[in-house]
Every structure is written in structure tokens, then in C-alpha cells.
Design a protein around this ligand. Structure first.
Ligand SMILES: NC(=O)C1=CN([C@@H]2O[C@H](COP(=O)(O)OP(=O)(O)OC[C@H]3O[C@@H](n4cnc5c(N)ncnc54)[C@H](O)[C@@H]3O)[C@@H](O)[C@H]2O)C=CC1
Ligand SMILES: CC(=O)C(=O)O
Length: 323
């Protein structure tokens, strides 16, 4: 046995260590998801400070994550490059309002990463996430299954939390998805939502205080959660950080987990040439398979509207930047 031969360890490169990125780094280390974590940010001093600060807490983590402030050359050996760089929403702004600003930033970042011959999986969080995931695939030329957005994983987590709170059951026993744009046109898939296997429509009958109107309001709270949090504290970052860690674990652990990541559709749900949040089997290869649920007519129409909205914003912005 050659004792000098180094074993390949998992490396995640994080680009953009603002509120979302640094929360992701913190959660990654606390859950010991990867052996190596490299942090890159335009604000070099802030990122160096983050790497120092995170390293100082390592003694208390389940296992050691080798963490350093790096540069694009670190992307060559990376398994995952996670991009959280770019502008966030100011109060009143929609995610789609960020498209031009953040697409320009992404062109530079993705070109820099690919110059270093990156051959792993891109995981995108920056908004509008579905559109920037698509742009990353176009800019990088990597296979579509190796470019993934956080999609509606956060919205699905919010939905499951709020349903579990309403019905007073553990979140783990709530199975329900939010799909579509990570944004204002997202939709709840009520037709497949279950509490411990019991359809939500049936579960409503188990207590007269439960009402369909409450569920409508509950979905509105899910959809508008980011606006409410931004109004109160300026940004959201813990929930998305934990969603990103969940996706990272599914990839590095080759889990075949079903997550509502932003995935390229090529005919599934009757849609093409779009990245959008749908239940997807995620493993070491990235996207293994899109799970095609039978949607109700209303849900199918809502998904079509969501995809149309995404394309209407994305196509001109992509055209402008690739001209
Ligand atoms: N997908 C989702 O569910 C969620 C997405 N987001 C999105 O995440 C993004 C980041 O949000 P925050 O962390 O709150 O913003 P932030 O302003 O705290 O951090 C952004 C970071 O990006 C860095 N940056 C900008 N241009 C860069 C470049 N060219 N190269 C490297 N670093 C660069 C900045 O220096 C800064 O540290 C926003 O677009 C926000 O809307 C936020 C929450 C949830
Ligand atoms: C900001 C954002 O996209 C969210 O919290 O859902």
C-alpha cells in the first residue's frame, strides 16, 4: 500500500460569504458534511475573517472541516461550487427584480470557475435562483444534471413547518411540496399533501376547527415568508443555509434523496428549457431523475404560469448577456 497516496476528500467551494454564504459555512461545519471548505468573496478581508472565526469553533464540531480563504484555483478539485454571491432583496423588491444585476455577477464568477477546469456540481442559491441556475448551466456548459438550484427546498421546508404547526404533528410526518418558481408564482401541491399518509383534505375532517380557508392563508404565509422576514430583519439566511446543507449532504452522501431543487425540465410536466423547483432525486451525480407527480388541472395551470413568468424574465436577460 502506498502510504504517500492521498485519499480524495470532499471539497466544497463557497463563493459569496455574505449572510447566506456564511450561514451555510457555519451549518456545514456544525454538521460535518465535507472535509474541505474553501471560502471566496469579493470582500477578501471579510472572508478571511470568516475562515478564522469558523476555524476557531472547530474544536466543538463533530469532526474537523479544513476551512480556508481561497481563490478560483481551488475550484479545480472541488466536488461542489456553491454560489451565494450577489445582491439580495431590499424591502419591497421581488426576487425577479435582481435578475440583471446578479446575472452580470454570475457571468464573471462562472467564467472564473470554468477557467480552472471545474468538473463538479454547481449549487446555486442567489436570486432569482431558477434563472441564475439556468444561466450558470449556459455559461459553464456543464451537463444539466450537474447544475442545481436550491429551488423550492426552502419553501417546501417552510410549508412543512407551518402545516406541522397547524395540525400539531411532527414536521417529519408532513409530506407536502411547494413547486414552481422560488418566488411569487410558486404553488402548493395540495393534491399530494399528506399527514402521515392521510391526504390533507381528509385530515381536515378530523377536527372541526380545521378549515380550507386557514390552509389558503397558510400557503400565502409560506409564499410571502421572505417579504415578512426581510421587513423585520433585512434578510433571510438561516433557513436557506440549512436547505443548502441538506442538498450538499444529498450530493456528497450519494443519498438519492427527493428534494424540490431547481432542475432542468425536458418534457416533464409538459415543460421544456427551464429550470424550476420540482421533486427531484439527488445523488453524487447531481440530478438522477425528476419525479413526475400527477398534478390536478389547477396545479398544472399554476405551474405553467410560473414557468411562463420565469421565461419572460429570463430570456431577455440571458439574450442581453450572451450577445
Ligand atoms: N434561494 C433562496 O432560497 C435564497 C436566496 N437568497 C439570495 O442569496 C443571495 C445572497 O444574499 P445575502 O447573503 O443576504 O447577501 P449579502 O449581501 O449578505 O452577501 C452577498 C455576498 O456576495 C459577495 N459578492 C458579490 N459579488 C461577488 C463576486 N463577484 N464574487 C464573489 N463574491 C461576491 C459580497 O461581497 C457579499 O459578501 C441573494 O441573491 C439573496 O436573494 C437569500 C435567501 C434565500
Ligand atoms: C430571500 C428568499 O429568497 C427567501 O427567503 O425565500
Amino acid at each position: 500500500m502506498n502510504m504517500n497516496k492521498k485519499e480524495k476528500v470532499n471539497r466544497v467551494v463557497l463563493i459569496g460569504a455574505g449572510l447566506v454564504g456564511s450561514s451555510y459555512a457555519f451549518a456545514l461545519i456544525n454538521q460535518a458534511v465535507t472535509e474541505e471548505l474553501v471560502i471566496i468573496d469579493l470582500d477578501k478581508e471579510k472572508a478571511i475573517g470568516d475562515a478564522m472565526d469558523l476555524n476557531h469553533g472547530k474544536a466543538f464540531a463533530p469532526s474537523s472541516t479544513n476551512t480556508w480563504y481561497g481563490d478560483y484555483s481551488d475550484c479545480e478539485d472541488a466536488d461542489i461550487v456553491c454560489i451565494c454571491a450577489g445582491a439580495n432583496q431590499k424591502p419591497g423588491e421581488t426576487r425577479l427584480d435582481l435578475v440583471e444585476k446578479n446575472m452580470k455577477i454570475f457571468k464573471t464568477i462562472v467564467d472564473n470557475v470554468m477557467e480552472k477546469k471545474f468538473d463538479g456540481i454547481f449549487l446555486i442559491a442567489t436570486n432569482p435562483v431558477d434563472i441564475l441556475t439556468h444561466a450558470t448551466q449556459v455559461f459553464s456548459g456543464l451537463p444539466k444534471e450537474r447544475v442545481i438550484g436550491s429551488g423550492t427546498t426552502l419553501d417546501t421546508a417552510r410549508f412543512r413547518f407551518m402545516l406541522s404547526d397547524y395540525f400539531n404533528v411532527a414536521t417529519q410526518n408532513v409530506h407536502a411540496y411547494i413547486i414552481g418558481e422560488h418566488g411569487d408564482t410558486e404553488l402548493p401541491v395540495w393534491s399530494h399533501a399528506t399527514i402521515g399518509g392521510v391526504p390533507v383534505a381528509k385530515y381536515l375532517e378530523t377536527n372541526e376547527s380545521y378549515t380550507p380557508e386557514d390552509l389558503e392563508h397558510l400557503f400565502e404565509d409560506v409564499r410571502d415568508a421572505a417579504y415578512q422576514i426581510i421587513q423585520k430583519k433585512g434578510a433571510t439566511h438561516y433557513g436557506i443555509a440549512m436547505s443548502l446543507v441538506r442538498i450538499t449532504k444529498a450530493i456528497l452522501g450519494n443519498e438519492n434523496s427527493i428534494l424540490t431543487v431547481s432542475t432542468y425540465l425536458d418534457g416533464e410536466y409538459g415543460e421544456r428549457e427551464v429550470y424550476v423547483g420540482v421533486p427531484t432525486i439527488v445523488n453524487r451525480r447531481g440530478v438522477e431523475k425528476v419525479l413526475e407527480m400527477e398534478l390536478s388541472d389547477v396545479e398544472q395551470q399554476q405551474l405553467r404560469h410560473s414557468v411562463k413568468t420565469l421565461k419572460e424574465t429570463m430570456n431577455p436577460a440571458l439574450e442581453k448577456i450572451t450577445q
